[in-house]
Design a protein around this ligand. Sequence first.
Ligand SMILES: O=C(O)CCC(=O)C(=O)O
Ligand SMILES: [Fe+2]
Length: 302
Amino acid sequence: MSGLAIDPNDRPAGPSAYAAAEIELREFIDLDVFPIHDLGSEKRAELVAQAREGLEAFGCAHIPNFLTKDAINAMRAEAGRIMDQALPADARINPYLTADDEALVKDHPKRTFSRRTSSFINSDQLEADSRLRKIYDSDVMVHFICDCLNVGPIYRWADPLGRNPYSVMHDDDYFPWHFDGNDFTVSLLVQESDEGGDFEYAPNIRSAAQENFDDVKSVLKGGRDKVKVLKLREGDLQIFRGRYSLHRVTPTKGTRPRIIALPTYVTDPFHVNRPHHAKAFYGRAMPIHVERERTRLDGLTD
Ligand SMILES: O=C(O)CCC(=O)C(=O)O
Ligand SMILES: [Fe+2]
């Protein structure tokens, strides 16, 4: 891989370590309001039904106030302590995170690049007793998300950088329009920015069978007719099908960084981000990204 320096000794530390007995759900969720552990409860069934409606209609489910204040505070404190280790991005990306292709016309979506300045606190940088990692490792959470998505089984992901990072956006940062490499993303907003930082998305603008470059181009050029805006608040949970919905985070303003946790579950736990994707998003690629680069199930570009 030209341009990608890979250190062969840079091996992931292994799977997450939290067993069910070590995870106290009440450390992050009010089980009276959100009884996600109680499979027979009516409240849980309602939550699942609502999430499915959102996912079906817009590729997006939103559960306000999902996290407890205590969990928000713990995650904000963790992110604050390790934020200076985040690998800042100052990369020009197209929506597919691919290199420029001069064979295409100049205004093709694959040739439309924007500067991404947001940064990730990569998953391998989380603290040993990270609250985010407990949430991520919780089987109850995996089962709940799986029910909401109505696909399954889903798994925690092998990608050592992308499995459960925090995304951080400081004053004037921007996360431009893109598609995700994985099918869906779970987001938990930990801290709002003073201004901006809205999540915008064009639901199901492409499918596994169809790229729909014309529609993507229209959004990139500023068209708003296909765009929806989701105002996330601290503690909100969002489940989002980012592989088919073009999305971005609008520029953030102010001294308070926007911090969002992204616990990422997948249907194929083995395959990780492609090296160029890992480099563009997480600031580095590791041997696992090179070794597991294989043909994907779909033929979409990312
Ligand atoms: O920060 C967000 O709300 C979305 C982040 C995102 O789209 C991504 O990490 O791929
Ligand atoms: Fe994304």
